[in-house]
Design a protein around this ligand. Structure first.
Ligand code: GLA
Length: 711
């Protein structure tokens, strides 16, 4: 049954996607752009797709100018032929609405459909994405072509999924956007006085007499009002979602069964995907980890966990990835086929029921002529294509994984509004980056093979953090009172809670909460603060005692040998009942606590008692800790909550990832050395058929997917 989003009345229905994967198994394929090729090539494409195990292609993402070469004209005949060819070969189609790239005539006839940047420059055709999400004329044209496309193809047997637009992420500061922004603000605030209050326009003489005076945060002489900027981000996200919804509704009116989605972009900064996810029948993501970044495997795992969590844990889809190099970075390092395969299987390990690439056949021309593809310029007799065929075989062997879940007992709080608000202009330091902190915390868990979900703090307030034994709050700048209560309640029923600095700083209007901080959490944490202090470039030495992993004796930090220093930001804290684990040795914060731990009274509300099994623990990290210390804290938090990784001892095997999905154990060796992984019992590798007893050999760069034998 469709799940109704009570806030919007819109629905996302996972059943259609589940039916598709039940039928086809794990989805495999990519963007297919037949308009770039002749008919003979189409035939070769389809033949090679089948040989490679491709069962789904996304067609028509950039076909608008081909469908509608002149205003109102329609040319769909070529697509009839392509869809028929694909259908006969058994390749399903994810048919895109072509609205990401309007034909040049639209901007020529209606310049107000074109986006305007913050400097007032109107962007023009010649690339793609040249539309303003607020433009009524653009939207009318986009709906008209979508309506005709859907009417024509909703009954075509090749079409099994719908794909709205592409990577919705446009932002526009023009006149029509200003009008839409004002409308959005009226809805949010009702009166201009309420807006003045929320935007604190008493500062710098910004008081507005009427909504009509308000503009998007275009280029200003000096720092822009942070709440105005935050609201414009909220508005932009909602506006983009409205674009998705209106095309989705149009599809739904004709086709009530096939799944509808659009491709998200992980931690994309211009859209709050928590507010989008309910409208997607399957959460689909485009992911391009940088092969030049040694942290990519962990960061890609984090993104995958985010995407799975957006959909409430149900299977998601890797909609676009690069088989090899991309062409949009300054310097585009390639990927070996082994790396590409590992990334595909990593997505599946983290809950994906489909792996697709951009794109099937490499373009000979145009802006993406040097982007890798499943079928490179050099043709099928290539290392890259052989790798693609191999992955097709792997995914077919993994059919039993379809629909299986990735259970997690650790939840990390993250939300876009906090991220946005924490990084508005003019703050204690620009070096504290929400995603950097999040990634550093996640990496510790990833190294240990600890499964993680992400959650919006306010959702946690609704669900009560049920099922989670460790709650991590790396940096939630706008943490709400309800979310803070949910975190505290989890600790009171025995969970470990770890909170990072610069959390709970401001309310939803981005006004700093007054009094000692973090106001909403200081009872839970047993600590409170009064000053934020940017730290010197080389950090500040810490003193104190922090327990090592495995319950080992606390080590005096001065002797720890890892030169522990606090970085980026510190806080002038005072322990109000918490145990101080580390303090600043020198400088502005000398003697102040940097890391604390607090025994939290159990649900009966009695005094904190170390023997009380229902009582939890709450740590506070008032600074950015170096990795070894962060590891000690997070390991301690997991151990006290009884949370272990997918396999014991994994941290001794650097860059070997272990993920459990249903009854499958994925071992991914991202390192350059063979790994001998202790896995008690007898297991079979679904991919190779090899049998292992107690120790599993994973060659450098390779992957095994284990199921227990005789289980
Ligand atoms: C995204 C886009 C594609 C293509 C690729 C290139 O995934 O959706 O159209 O441009 O990036 O990496």
């Amino acid at each position: 049954m469709p799940q109704t989003n009570s806030a919007t009345g819109h629905t996302g229905d996972p059943a259609g996607f589940a039916a598709l994967t039940d039928d086809l198994g794990l989805l495999y394929g990519g963007d297919y752009n037949p308009e770039q090729w002749d008919r003979d090539t189409w035939r070769e494409d389809v033949r090679l797709m089948v040989e490679a195990g491709v069962n789904l292609v996304t067609v028509g993402v950039f076909s608008w100018a081909r469908y509608e070469p002149r205003p109102g004209v329609r040319d769909f005949g070529w697509l009839d032929e392509v869809l028929d060819l694909l259908h006969v070969a058994g390749v399903a189609v994810d048919l895109a609405t072509p609205t990401a790239s309007p034909p040049p005539w639209l901007g020529t006839l209606h310049p107000d459909t074109l986006p305007v940047d913050a400097d007032g420059v109107r962007l023009v055709a010649g690339s793609r994405n040249q539309f303003s999400p607020a433009s009524r004329v653009y939207r009318e044209h986009a709906l008209a072509i979508t309506r005709d496309l859907v009417d024509r193809y909703a009954g075509h047997p090749a079409v099994r999924m719908w794909h709205v637009g592409n990577e919705l992420g446009q932002v526009c500061y023009g006149e029509e956007s200003a009008a839409e922004f004002r409308r959005w603000l009226r809805d949010r605030y009702g009166t201009v006085e309420a807006l003045n209050e929320a935007w604190a326009t008493a500062v710098w003489s910004q008081h507005y007499a009427s909504f009509d005076e308000i503009l998007p945060p275009r280029r200003t002489p000096y720092h822009v009002n942070p709440t105005q900027s935050l609201d414009f981000r909220r508005y932009t996200s909602d506006q983009l979602l409205a674009l998705y919804r209106e095309q989705r509704e149009l599809i739904r009116a004709v086709d009530t069964e096939r799944p509808v989605t659009t491709n998200l972009m992980g931690f994309f900064p211009l859209a709050d995907y928590w507010s989008w996810a309910q409208d997607l029948d399957v959460v689909a993501d485009d992911a391009y980890p940088d092969p030049g970044d040694p942290r990519s495997p962990a960061d890609a795992a984090l993104t995958a966990d985010l995407v799975r969590s957006l959909g409430g844990g149900r299977p998601w889809m890797l909609m676009e990835a690069a088989v090899g190099a991309v062409s949009w970075r300054d310097h585009n390092l390639p990927k070996t086929p082994a790396r590409s395969r590992r990334e595909a299987l990593q997505a599946v390990a983290h809950g994906a029921d489909g792996v697709c690439y951009f794109q099937w056949r490499a373009s000979r021309a145009g802006a993406e002529r040097f982007h890798s593809a499943m079928l490179p310029h050099a043709g099928p007799d290539t290392r890259v294509h052989a790798g693609v065929v191999r992955v097709g075989g792997d995914l077919a062997r993994l059919r039993d994984v379809v629909g299986q879940r990735v259970p997690a007992r650790v939840v990390v709080l993250f939300d876009w509004e906090s991220w946005w608000a924490a990084e508005e202009q003019a703050r204690p330091t620009e070096r504290l980056r929400t995603l950097d902190v999040l990634r550093a915390w996640y990496r510790v868990l990833w190294d240990a093979g600890v499964a993680v979900d992400l959650a919006h703090p306010d959702d946690l307030a609704v669900t009560g953090a049920a099922g989670y034994d460790v709650l991590l709050v790396p940096q939630s700048y706008l943490l709400s009172p309800e979310a803070a209560d949910a975190v505290a309640a989890a600790a009171a029923r025995g969970a470990s809670v770890v909170v990072g600095c610069f959390t709970g700083v401001a309310d939803q209007d981005a006004h700093v909460r007054t009094g000692r901080f973090p106001a909403l959490l200081s009872d839970l944490l047993g600590v409170s603060g009064e000053e934020w202090a940017a730290l010197p470039d080389d950090g500040v030495p810490l003193t104190g005692r922090l327990a090592g992993p495995g319950g080992s004796t606390a080590t005096d930090l001065a002797d720890a040998g890892d030169g522990p220093r606090a970085h980026v930001l510190g806080e002038l804290l005072r322990a109000d009942g918490a145990e101080v684990l580390a303090s600043y040795a020198v400088g502005h914060l000398a003697g102040a606590p940097a890391v604390t731990r607090h025994r939290v009274p159990g649900l009966d509300g009695g005094a904190a008692d170390t023997a009380d099994p229902t009582a939890g623990w709450a740590w506070y990290l008032g600074t950015v800790l170096p990795e070894p210390l962060l590891r000690r804290v997070l390991t301690d938090a997991c151990e006290r909550a009884g949370v272990t990784g997918a396999l014991p001892g994994l941290t001794d095997l650097p860059d070997v990832e272990a993920v459990r999905r249903g009854d499958h154990l994925f071992l991914l060796n991202h390192s350059g050395a063979a790994a001998h992984v202790p896995v008690p019992g007898e297991h079979a590798d679904v991919l190779s058929g090899s049998i292992f007893t107690d120790v599993v050999d994973v060659p450098a760069g390779d992957v095994v997917v284990l199921t227990e034998r005789n289980a």
